[in-house]
Design a protein around this ligand. Structure first.
Ligand SMILES: Nc1ncnc2c1ncn2[C@@H]1O[C@H](COP(=O)(O)OP(=O)(O)OP(=O)(O)O)[C@@H](O)[C@H]1O
Length: 584
């Protein structure tokens, strides 16, 4: 009904009393009952009652119309529909507002998350930078301290040298003076004595003669007296038969006792040696004998309580070989733990490549003792060889801990019977060895090492479970070996700060230098490389100030390389010579 009274919507009242309300477009633009006049720029408001009148009139017409009720109903329905539409729109708007709020929150969350990530990134990079700064600062401080210490040391050394020189000069002066006075005193003394002797010569001669005569008489008297006493005693003893028999029996008993004791001791010693003593063929062993325990208790205790450690500690090898040896070490350790049968292994390769070193380390790691023999010691034993070999295996079998039996240069006595003319003794020794190693042992692990594995008798090869090649070190390994020994022989002593240590390092990048030398030393073995570094150390010690310089390193290396080349020439010559089979 609102359109009747002209409010809520700018409607023009219907002109036809029976028709439905007109379209919005047909409605008037002014609200009924109100008119606005603009006079001189001001708006004057005045009430227009004509609209009301029109409305009243329209209402009356509607009342009079026969469709009045339907019109009202329709209008009501339209109103309801519109209200529902409006409600729906309101709801949609509300939902949209809620959606927008949620979206706004999500975006704000996203923004906050991004900000947090950025902040943490910033914080991290700031922390990293500060850490770097701190490290650098620390390094600088350390370097400065080291330099200051070095300066102080140098100053101290200089001052000590000066003091030493001063003291030496003083002592020398004192000695010269004393020597001069002594010479003068001796001269005066000699002169005085010579003068006195000259003056008293006759008197002295008379005195000497008298005293000599007196001494002669006394000796003659003594001889006479003792002859009489011994003669009387002997006469008395021989006259008494009982005494003579007793003395003879006593002396015989004494001789028999002494002889028995001597033989008994040697037999017991031999028995103890066979059970506990080290066989003479064993050059070196970690097995502790009771005698060793008594002689060196501290060393023995250290050995007993030493941990197993890394089996490759200090041994530098190519990575593939290292991993293979690690496997062998693990197998050996587990065999010992489970009381299993040990494997027989052959290490072959050029001399000085770490075969012995690793065998010792393997024993330590696996909780076994080690014993080192050399094939070269067995060959010259001749007839004794067989019993010595049995002694070694008996001794190895009696080990409670288990033993790594390492035979270096094993080819010296285990060579092919067919190629070399074998002596009977050598054949017997080889047979003894084959007999004792026919079956694997739970007591010892056999490792044979050789530079010429092709020389082994076939029966020996048959007894070996694993062959490991120790090749010459490559460039990387050479660098690692040189660095290891440089640190051990030079860098550690030079930086130990020990007062009596005179070894010093000149100012150069030794890591770079060592790398350079590792490129030049191709063909050198681990032993040659360790000796090379040792030579550097020796040169520094031999120098006046004990400082190792780049020049010393270079000179030494050049010399070592010349020597290595010469050795290689000899080896090549040796190979060229057609070696005739020799009887061994
Ligand atoms: N791979 C290596 N890593 C570190 N040092 C090594 C290596 N090889 C050799 N050396 C050095 O050389 C020395 C001798 O090594 P080792 O006795 O183990 O050689 P080897 O192969 O048994 O030689 P040989 O056949 O002459 O007995 C070691 O004491 C060590 O100083």
């Amino acid at each position: 009904m609102s359109w009747l009274f002209g409010y809520n919507s700018p409607q023009v009242p219907p002109t036809a009393p029976s028709g439905p309300p007109e379209d919005d477009k047909t409605r008037g633009q002014q609200q009924p009952g109100k008119s606005e006049e603009v006079i001189g720029g001001r708006t004057n408001y005045s009430f227009d009652s004509s609209a009301l009148e029109r409305a009243a009139k329209a209402a009356k017409e509607i009342e009079r119309s026969k469709y009045a009720d339907q019109a009202v109903e329709l209008t009501k329905l339209q109103e309801l529909t519109r209200q529902k539409e409006i409600n729906l729109q309101e709801k949609q708007i509300e939902e949209r507002i809620v959606g927008m709020k949620a979206e706004g929150q999500r975006m704000a969350e996203e923004e906050r998350r991004k900000t947090l990530i950025e902040e943490s990134k910033h914080a991290k990079s700031r922390a990293d930078y500060q850490d770097q700064l701190a490290r650098k600062r620390q390094e600088d401080e350390l370097a400065m301290k080291a330099k200051m210490q070095e300066d102080n040391l140098r100053k101290q050394e200089e001052s000590i040298k000066k003091q030493e020189a001063l003291r030496k000069a003083t002592i020398e002066h004192e000695l010269q003076l004393r020597h001069k006075y002594d010479l003068e005193r001796i001269e005066a003394d000699v002169k005085a004595r010579a003068k006195a002797a000259r003056e008293n010569r006759d008197v002295n001669l008379e005195q000497l003669r008298a005293s000599e005569e007196e001494r002669r008489k006394t000796i003659v008297e003594q001889i006479k007296t003792s002859g009489t006493v011994i003669g009387a005693g002997l006469q008395e003893f021989l006259d008494d038969k009982k005494k003579v028999i007793t003395v003879i029996a006593g002396l015989s008993a004494l001789a028999v006792g002494w002889y028995t004791a001597k033989r008994g001791t040697s037999v017991t010693a031999k028995y103890i040696e066979a059970r506990l003593g080290k066989p003479s063929l064993v050059r070196e062993t970690s097995r502790i004998t009771p005698l060793e325990t008594i002689k060196h208790p501290i060393k023995t205790a250290k050995q007993v309580f030493r941990g197993s450690g890394d089996p490759l500690k200090g041994v530098v090898l190519a990575p593939e070989l290292e991993s293979r040896l690690r496997d062998i070490a693990i197998t050996t350790k587990n065999t010992k733990r489970n009381y299993g049968l040990f494997r027989n292994v052959m290490f072959y390769g050029p001399p000085g490549t770490g075969k012995t070193m690793f065998a010792k380390s393997l024993a330590r790691h696996s909780g076994l003792d080690y014993a080192i023999l050399t094939g070269g010691d067995v060959a010259p034993l001749g007839k004794e060889g067989v019993s010595e070999i049995h002694k070694v295996f008996d001794w190895a079998e009696s080990s409670r801990k288990g033993l790594v039996l390492f035979i270096d240069e094993a080819d010296a006595f285990l060579r092919k019977r067919s190629v070399v003319q074998f002596s009977e003794d050598m054949r017997a020794m080889l047979n003894a060895f084959l007999y004792r190693t026919g079956e694997q042992s739970r007591k010892f692990m056999l490792i044979v090492a050789s530079n010429q594995p092709e020389q082994f008798d076939w029966a020996i090869n048959d007894r070996l479970d694993e062959l490991v090649n120790f090749a010459l070190p490559g460039q990387n390994e050479r660098e690692r070996i040189l660095l290891q020994y440089f640190k051990q022989y030079i860098a550690d002593p030079a930086t130990s700060g020990a007062r009596r240590q005179r070894l010093r390092l000149a100012d150069f990048d030794w890591v770079q230098k060592v790398r350079e030398i590792s490129h030049k030393t191709e063909g050198m073995s681990g032993r040659e490389l360790s000796k090379l570094v040792f030579g550097w150390q020796a040169s520094a010690y031999a120098s006046e100030d004990g400082v190792l310089t780049v020049k010393m390193i270079e000179d030494n290396t050049a010399e070592a390389m010349r020597q290595h080349a010469r050795k290689m020439d000899w080896l090549a010559d040796e190979k060229k010579i057609d070696v005739k089979p020799t009887k061994i």
